[in-house]
Design a protein around this ligand. Sequence first.
Ligand code: SAH
Length: 257
Amino acid sequence: MTISASGWVAVAGLGPGSEAMVTPEVSAALAEATDVVGYIPYVARVTPRAGLTLHPSDNRVELDRAALALDLAAQGRRVVVVSSGDPGVFAMASALFEALEAGPSTWRELDVRVLPGITAMLAAAARAGAPLGHDFCAINLSDNLKPWSVIERRLRLAAEADFAMAFYNPRSRARPQGFARALEVLREACGDDRLVLFARAVSTPEETLRIVPLGQADAGMADMRTMVIVGSSRTRVIERAGSPILYTPRSVPEDAA
Ligand code: SAH
């Protein structure tokens, strides 16, 4: 199989939902594209136009989707693979490279670019204040692609390291009890007073933000459109007339280590 020189693949992040958070670089790639490939709700965010073919596909077929994109580019098409948020954060960029690595060696000649986007964690943090202002980690709570035991171990170690923690996919379809269990593990490790942000549908008209202590956090407060951020021991709230500000100071005192 030979590769057409005119084709390319851009794996692009559409941001958390608001048009204002789509980068000009991503908009420019979409304007040049002949094909858009991605999960149905993300492809639905792309405005149809003459000369643009949309290829929406169901969830959990990431490798097929990636192979389709690479194949189209090899034929000379200009392909944008869309993800929500950032494509490198629990999304299509890694899937594309898994397919590329396993596929025909000619795919390695393709022009492949990753175009970053505003990931949900950063959009949620910005809405609430600055909970990720000191050291933090990001964990995908879905056990579709890793054993639950790995998730529990990472939660315990992140709590021990006193990171603020950003949780993607808090509700896993395969394991509806998972998030309740995650909250139990965190309560054991961090106590009931630790602050938790539930940020749902950030930057969309359905956006809701809620800050509660871990002792009052309930699994029902999160769904698949929710980002959960658990503060470090230093994370605090500034109360005021409007919505409170959640932030983590930049420093850790010498004697806290
Ligand atoms: N690549 C995406 C993440 C995909 S995983 C990114 O960088 O944001 C999907 C998870 O992201 C959801 O389960 C939810 O936890 C989070 N998420 C995506 N969009 C969100 C939004 N607008 N508000 C809150 N959480 C969101």
